[in-house]
Design a protein around this ligand. Sequence first.
Ligand SMILES: *Cc1c(COP(=O)(O)O)cnc(C)c1O
Length: 496
Amino acid sequence: MSDLMYRSTRRADDVVTASRAVLNGLSADGGLYVPESIPQLPRTMGEFAKMDYRETAFEILKCFLTDYTDEELRHCVEGAYDAKFDDERIVPVTGTGDDYYLELYHGPTIAFKDMALSILPYLMTIAAKKQGIDREIVILTATSGDTGKAALAGFADVPGTKIIVFYPKDGVSPIQKLQMVTQKGANTCVIGVDGNFDDCQTGVKKMFTDAAMKEELAAAGCMFSSANSINIGRLVPQVVYYVYAYARLLSRGVIEEGEPINVTVPTGNFGNILAAYIAKKMGTPIDRLICASNENRVLTDFFESGVYDRNREFILTSSPSMDILISSNLERLIYWICGSSPERCMALMKELSETGKYTITDEMRAQLKDFEAGSAAEADVFKQIRTVFGMWEYLLDPHTAVASRVTDAYRDATGDMKPCVIASTASPYKFTRNVMYALTEAGGDEDDFDLANEMSRISGVPVPKAVTELRGAEIRHKSTCAVDEMPAKVREFLGI
Ligand SMILES: *Cc1c(COP(=O)(O)O)cnc(C)c1O
């Protein structure tokens, strides 16, 4: 059987195998890699219902990463989804009425980024071997808070790699920041940028496409790759849990085989919901894909009007990992709905970078009918945390609460009561202050650790080790820089 190939969204002649796409991260023209076709599910849902997470992951990864051997994929899956997850199911699904929270936060850094970033280092080091690369891989990452720590945890002390993380200096939660600046590992570098997430992401993308810098790196025996969700090695592992979620509801008898469900995803860079879309295209019976935004509702407006317009105020919210105005992964969807034309996709992306805005055609809009979109205001997010805890004694973090709130609003507006899987993307303990504020309306002078203990007392959910181990941990990364100093910081760390 021939390999499934990957193409750049911006250039017709960049066609590569999966391992090459994982290694490159981004195409040299700034485009994202997309699979040439979407494979169909290799098993029935009845069969998936009998599988655990690791088996499901193996089956799904095998469909997309066709130039990896079965042994290699098993090695990746077993290395990634092991006891570093604090629940042996890896992804528990908790039901509250018609809502099913897909808890993607049981990994080492207690956010959903662990689902992909615990496997990416395995996929990447095997890819390097396959491609005969003996250069050091330098992972360049922009983070709105969660990717950075998950990537650091995944790549720390992995031989043959270095990792550099840029985060918005004042745009992450105190716990998120502590998690990153205390990161151990001789190959790690963490820098606070005087700017927002979009500045970090644009800065990183610029370095990826900077030909001169690429040569400097090559001369020093290094190459860049990416741990951001622009890397196909991030996207594919995320497809797994939507198939897994459906199979769990089936095995519990919540649904009959083939009966459709809805899925709501709290969205920032559009990676997680794109994975749900791919799961649907593979044949998972998902009806509505509900894209939930916080007050940075650029995607809500896009789905409602067909106009993507980032020219607006950037709002810092209680769900910082969704404080994003340029959703990178939307480019993959745009590519597909414009007839897989790199020229048309490129033209829209050029418009976005030059004017901050583009409008899609009616023909393209017609292909977005799988999606619903909604946004939640801050006051409603806090209220949702309180309401859900009051009704079900179930604690939501602010990101998940955005999705929960948007799901309720969708149900009220449409009367659609299908079971809904809500992607639960972070532990409430990652955003303790905001969650406690939502529960008790207290401001509180306590530090975040005391607040976490208090939250544990109220909720009965133990404080995760990922939080307790931060107390008193040594601060190892103090570096900050201006947006235009990012390349200099990279050169300094690499000694080039
Ligand atoms: C990254 C993140 C999101 C947004 O996911 P995207 O794939 O960027 O859309 C939502 N919630 C949390 C907690 C995250 O870390």
